[in-house]
Design a protein around this ligand. Structure first.
Ligand SMILES: [Zn+2]
Length: 243
């Protein structure tokens, strides 16, 4: 029998948690991913508070309503996740998936006085002029106002480099968003490694960087296939993901 949209989304989001843990991009039992279920985006799935990514099953994901303030009082809902993901899903219906992480290299770049991603290779060029930057970190975000502020920064851009904090990637498809946050981490790893040599970088011309970014945007099926391959690996390693 065909799976419902919610059932398929649960499996895809659970797989994303497993993949990110497998790749070492998780942060203890923190960080959150969410995916919209309803057309208006307000009904969304979120991971439960303080559960390790590598153990998350499809049935563990919480179905929340961005319009229902009672969700904030639930003991299994993390207050910062509710503030940020709830506000994004309430305000940006076109956003179907939100991934928030503190991966080491992306976060390192976010901690520069002026966070920026110069295009030096195929990975970093994917993000040319395509990342919003926030430099107003003010402690752990647990207010609706802070969530609303972050949501406003995402209007028109799908990636937010969060200064002194980490990254937020949004999208319309879970597989594409996964590949985007992974490639961003890869780009930042290459960038930080290149900077660490102390040698001057050879930065690509704006023309070549823009052409490369557009070429990436023309192959979303590459991203979805990357996700499909990783998901298959995770299900084969531990089928409890599907429970
Ligand atoms: Zn965070």
């Amino acid at each position: 029998m065909a799976l419902s949209f919610e059932e398929q989304t649960r499996i895809d989001l659970a797989a994303t948690f497993r993949i990110i843990a497998h790749l070492g991009m998780h942060e203890a039992v923190a960080n959150h991913f969410s995916a919209a279920i309803s057309a208006d985006g307000k009904q969304f799935l979120l991971n439960p508070k303080w559960k390790h990514f590598s153990r998350i099953r499809a049935s563990d994901l919480l179905l929340l309503d961005a319009d229902d303030p009672a969700c904030a009082q639930r003991s299994d809902v993390d207050a910062t996740a509710w503030s940020i993901h709830g506000q994004i899903h309430q305000r940006l219906p076109e956003v179907r998936v939100v991934l928030h992480l503190h991966p080491v290299y992306t976060t390192s770049v976010a901690c520069l006085a002026e966070p920026h991603i110069p295009p030096i290779d195929q990975n970093s060029a994917r993000y040319f002029n395509r990342v919003a930057v926030d430099t107003l970190y003010g402690g752990m975000a647990d207010t609706v106002e802070e969530g609303a502020r972050l949501a406003s920064l995402l209007a028109g851009k799908s990636r937010l480099l969060m200064g002194n904090h980490g990254v937020m990637v949004t999208g319309t498809d879970i597989g594409e968003a996964f590949d985007d946050v992974w490639t961003l981490e890869r780009a930042c790893q290459i960038l930080v490694t290149a900077w660490s040599t102390g040698q001057p970088l050879k930065i690509l011309s704006d023309e070549v960087a823009e052409k490369t970014a557009r070429a990436w945007e023309g192959i979303p099926d590459f991203s979805r296939q990357h996700f499909a391959e990783m998901k298959a690996l995770m299900i084969a390693a531990d089928p409890s993901l599907l429970d």
